[in-house]
Design a protein around this ligand. Structure first.
Ligand SMILES: *Cc1c(COP(=O)(O)O)cnc(C)c1O
Length: 453
């Protein structure tokens, strides 16, 4: 054991080794120490009985690579869930990014008034586009929709009462719960109605001197069926205006236009009723960057701007530029620039031909059985939870590899898919055809490895 310990190389010698010449010594030194310490421990615990200098150097090299390489990888989304929060929600199109990139390479007037030569307002750019598109009075953008809800509640609900239906006290993924956000904002929650039914009269009876707002929250990720009723936002808005309180709709997904669905209320339609305040996510059905967009009455937006919390929730230039480009795509009716909508709108014929192409690419793979199947994709991101989007895909089985082993092999090679009925299912809706060779290569490797065992 002692002999083995003595064969461990010295840190300084390793630092001078030509194999590490291109590596940065500031990072390298502690990594060498870490590797040597681990080897020392292994020798002392007798789990290591043989040592080669070459192996030690390789260990150091691979640790260096592991610590300095990006851990964020591009993934192939074969789940059929278009807005997968775990996989980054909305994608950007090249067209949108081409509009954004040049502006990131230069200084810009995000917050500079060129005409007056002094500080400007970062929200004006977005505001103009939103007002043109939606006919609202004013608009502001924050970090995400959770921030938007917090900002609105803490500005108008602090130490006051906010009325909301019991059926809308929802939890959205990532532990965002409406009652908790209300508490955080200092608003007093006044629940009305029951879990399944809430009537306009329930709201009316709950309004008091202390009421600042009637809030409606989109139920997002779940759907109630059966003996249920809720009040349309337009009716709440009318009631609130009559009683002199604020009406606020946390719309969640932010569906603008471009889908064949009656399930999801459209921002365009909702804005026709002039809501006092309405907020939505930038990266769900809207199909833009992560952001929380708040539109509504100018006097209320002005108050939001005075809340010091806004400084902590403000958006950066990338978000502003990406949101601006997305809004312009809506204004110019260039919905093909918004991949979320394009993927949800893929026709069955296109999906079938995508599946056929993947199927014929994979069929030469030995011992893998692949079959074209019908699947249902989902919008995801808490939108349209009960709306299946008919799709096509490939089901894979292997005589010796279990579905879970195939799935893990694919996942470890950056391809994310589902298992159904002991088969690995690849929904082609969100897979780009340029990603097909990656799937082929991954499967070839997985099968090769299993044969080698
Ligand atoms: C998704 C969602 C939020 C949170 O939005 P983020 O942009 O993810 O912060 C809030 N409210 C509702 C109703 C939602 O669906």
């Amino acid at each position: 054991m002692k002999e083995l310990l003595q064969t461990l190389p010295k840190v300084d010698d390793l630092l001078k080794d030509s194999k590490f010449a291109s590596l940065k010594s500031k990072i390298l030194k502690p990594l060498i120490q870490e590797v040597l310490q681990s080897l020392r421990d292994q020798i002392l615990s007798r789990s290591l009985t043989h040592l080669s200098l070459e192996e030690i150097k390789n260990q150091i090299l691979s640790l260096y690579a592991k610590r300095t390489q990006s851990t964020i990888l591009p993934l192939v989304n074969a789940t059929g869930v278009v807005l997968q929060t775990n996989l980054g929600r909305s994608l950007f199109s090249k067209e949108i990014l081409d509009e954004v990139f040049p502006l990131l390479l230069h200084y810009n007037n995000l917050e500079y008034n060129i005409k007056e030569g002094k500080r400007g307002e970062r929200y004006t750019h977005i505001k103009h586009l939103l007002c043109t598109l939606l006919g609202c009075e004013d608009a502001i953008v924050v970090n995400n929709n959770a921030s938007a809800v917090l900002l609105v509640l803490s500005t108008f609900g602090k130490d006051k009462e906010v009325i909301i239906s019991r059926g809308e006290l929802v939890e959205i993924g990532g532990a965002f719960r409406i009652p908790e956000v209300m508490k955080l904002s200092g608003s007093k929650l006044v629940e009305v109605g029951t879990t399944n039914k809430t009537h306009l009269q329930d709201y009316e009876e709950a309004i008091s001197e202390e009421t600042s707002m009637i809030m409606k929250a989109h139920q997002s990720n779940f759907k109630q069926i059966g003996f249920t009723s809720s009040v349309e936002f337009s009716a709440l808005s009318t009631l609130a205006k009559k009683k002199g309180v604020i009406d606020y709709y946390d719309l969640g997904s932010g569906y603008m236009q471009g889908l064949c669905t009656k399930e999801e209320p459209s921002i365009l339609d909702l804005c026709k009723d002039n809501p006092s305040l309405l907020s939505f996510s930038g990266d769900k059905l809207f199909g833009g960057p992560q952001a929380g967009v708040i539109v509504g009455r100018a006097d209320l937006i002005a108050k939001l701007k005075k809340n010091h919390l806004l400084r902590a929730l403000r958006v950066d230039k990338f978000t502003t530029l990406a949101l601006e480009a997305t809004l312009r795509a809506y204004l110019n009716e260039e919905l093909e620039k918004i991949p979320t909508l394009s993927m949800l709108n893929l026709s069955l014929e296109v999906l079938e031909s995508k599946a056929k192409a993947l199927h014929s690419l994979l069929s030469p793979l030995p011992s893998l059985s692949s079959q074209i199947i019908e699947l249902n994709s989902l919008a995801g991101g808490g939108s349209l939870p009960q709306t299946p989007f008919a799709s096509y895909g490939i089901a894979l089985t292997h005589p010796t590899l279990k579905a879970s082993e195939l799935e893990r092999g694919l996942r470890e090679r950056a391809i994310i898919c589902r298992i159904a009925q002991e088969r690995v299912c690849l929904d082609v809706r969100c897979i780009q055809e340029s990603e097909y060779p990656q799937i082929y290569n991954a499967l070839q490797e997985i099968i090769g490895e299993s044969n080698a065992k």
